[in-house]
Design a protein around this ligand. Structure first.
Ligand SMILES: Cc1ncc(COP(=O)(O)O)c(C=O)c1O
Length: 481
């Protein structure tokens, strides 16, 4: 066993050694997370041992009340901020963060609309009963069949991303005798203070059109009778703390919006999503009410200067709705003390999942936290790294965390704040079936996305499943799939 106090040289500056390595940091865990009298973690009133017994590990657990509470809080914050300036707000849930029919129903019942960015997300929202008019459709390369389907079902807004797409959608809508409402995605040039790969509004990237190019594209959209331009769209990045980037982007967008209003009506401005959440107790995101006020105030100021009305504002939070509602439960398989000489020792804790169920640490260097979930540990905190079972040394689940030194094989380990972009980015790497997603609420647990089985994986191998060889074209919707 490692000594109680490891050498802190290995710990990053932001990580504090906790007084109690069993504590559940508020703001990181769902509000329902608590330990029962025996120290076992409960989520939505359901103990993790019961979850393991019924559904196995690894397991994505999603707290329904937490999702609903965030959805309502975000909608209320933007409604209030907009009302203070005599306008209205629309909040779209960015389904890319995590989409299933259940989640689509929860968020729409809380008054959100849904933003989708693929045929699969669109069909999921439709299957959930989301009104097509309350769906926004994004993407830098929507296929013809995706656009056809969106127009066919009456998607409320399609966010145009390029000159080619303007022509493509115009022709589709004309052929169908429809007038499609659209926004134009603009790259405001603001680089949000976040991980580079997440910052989507610096100039050298694939989304949207640069500010300077937007007027010509707007003019073209306005020439096409089958397209109805509602306004501009931008999205400056993800996991953003603070309002400066949003305010700067809003001010650039309003300048453009004001200029373009001279050529026709422009009732809407969509400022995207990207509101940050706490992944560890070191994260301190700005409360959504403050962010909403700061962003809408910035828009209103810019409108006042230009003497124009404040447009209806739209926002697209994903992570801020579902992130904190998700907890992944793993089982510890092995532990290993690794000595790093003068720098100290690190305890490697291997769990039965990894980069296939949470790619974010490998993709973005994202930090997470972890706690023993099946009991309270009794050992002193030691510096640990939670790793997965995949054949990659970068297969890290939690890079830096203090865990009780007695963490041992068979313990359940829970990683909070995994509701967004974990299931959504999951893979079958190493032929690993995806875990189930289970919703918890009021002491009840139910599967909302079935876990994959080995049979699921093997059934797609054409050398095993005789009929598989003919099943091509699944992604385009042209084959049988
Ligand atoms: C256009 C757009 N809107 C909204 C979002 C949601 O971002 P977040 O989940 O950080 O709120 C994204 C994320 O990539 C996006 O690209």
């Amino acid at each position: 066993m490692l000594p109680a106090s490891p050498d802190d040289a290995l710990a990053p500056d932001w990580l504090q050694e906790p007084a109690d390595p069993n504590d559940l940091a508020p703001g990181v865990w769902p509000a329902s997370a608590r330990r029962d009298a025996d120290g076992e973690l409960e989520l939505g009133g359901v103990g993790v041992a019961e979850l393991r017994a019924r559904f196995g590990t690894p397991l994505y657990v999603l707290d329904e009340a937490e999702v609903r509470a965030h959805a309502l809080r975000i909608r209320s914050a933007f409604d209030a901020a907009a009302a203070a300036h005599g306008t209205k707000a629309r909040v779209y849930y960015a389904g890319k963060a995590f989409l299933s029919t259940e989640v689509a129903r929860w968020v729409t019942q809380e008054g959100l609309r849904v933003d989708v960015c693929s045929r699969g997300e669109l069909e999921t929202a439709l299957a959930a009963g989301v009104k097509p008019s309350r769906i926004g459709f994004h993407g830098n390369n929507k296929s013809v069949s995706e656009l056809e389907r969106a127009v066919e079902v009456g998607v409320g807004t399609i966010i145009l991303d390029s000159a080619i797409e303007i022509e493509r959608l115009g022709a589709i809508a004309e052929r169908r005798g429809a007038v499609q409402r659209v926004l134009l995605r603009v790259n405001s040039g603001v680089h949000a203070e976040t991980h580079d790969f997440l910052a989507t509004a610096h100039e050298d990237q694939k989304f949207g059109t640069p500010l300077e190019a937007a007027p010509a594209l707007v003019e073209r959209i306005r020439e096409i009778p089958s397209l109805k331009l509602r306004g501009l769209h931008c999205h400056i990045g993800s996991q953003i703390f603070g309002s400066r980037g949003f305010a700067e982007s809003a001010s650039r967008m309003i300048e453009l919006h004001a200029a373009l209003r001279e050529g026709g009506e422009l009732p809407l401005l969509n400022l995207g999503g990207g509101f940050g959440i706490a992944y560890t107790s070191a994260d301190d995101p700005t409360p959504i009410e403050e962010l909403a006020d700061a962003i809408v105030d910035a828009v209103a100021r810019e409108c006042e200067v230009r003497g124009i009305p404040v447009p209806t504002l739209a926002f697209e939070p994903g992570r801020a709705v579902v992130g904190q509602a998700g907890v992944t439960v793993y089982e510890v398989g092995t532990t290993k003390e690794v000595s790093l000489g003068d720098r100290g020792e690190r305890l490697y804790v291997s769990v039965d999942g990894g980069m296939s169920d949470n790619a974010r640490p490998a993709l973005y260097g994202s930090q997470y936290s972890a706690r023993i979930a099946s009991r309270e540990g009794t050992g002193a905190p030691v510096l640990a790294r939670v790793v997965g079972s995949h054949c990659e040394s970068g297969d890290i689940v939690v890079d830096h965390e203090y865990l009780p030194s007695d963490v041992t094989p068979g313990d359940l380990l829970a990683v909070p704040a995994t509701g967004a972009y974990c299931y959504a980015l999951s893979s079958n790497y190493n032929h690993t079936p995806r875990p189930a997603v289970v919703a918890v609420r009021d002491g009840q647990a139910r599967v909302i996305v079935r876990g994959e089985t080995l049979a699921d994986l093997l059934s797609r191998d054409a050398g095993i499943a005789a009929s598989g060889a003919e099943r091509t074209g699944a992604r385009t919707g042209e084959g049988e799939a």
